[in-house]
Design a protein. Sequence first.
Length: 99
Amino acid sequence: MVNRGVVLRRRPEGLLRHDDVELVELKMPEPAEDGFVVRAEWLGIDATVRSWLSEGEGYFPAVEIGEVVRCSGTGVVVESRNDRFPVGTVVTALTGWQE
């Protein structure tokens, strides 16, 4: 399986431009001990995301160049090592702009 995601290529100046980010193939994550993997169904695209792309201070550090753009999302657990979150559970988390 392949995970596609949008990574930050450079800090945007003004509005986000197509060449500020890049769609790339990422390795599928493995669930950590007592963890799970989520397939994102809905991704948040709001003003908070834009603030995370800047180097300014905030309640989270800025997204680093080459990292998946951070965002909230809702998705379905597709692999689990956690009894509280079995496969098929719908969750909300900081999924990032990735599948």
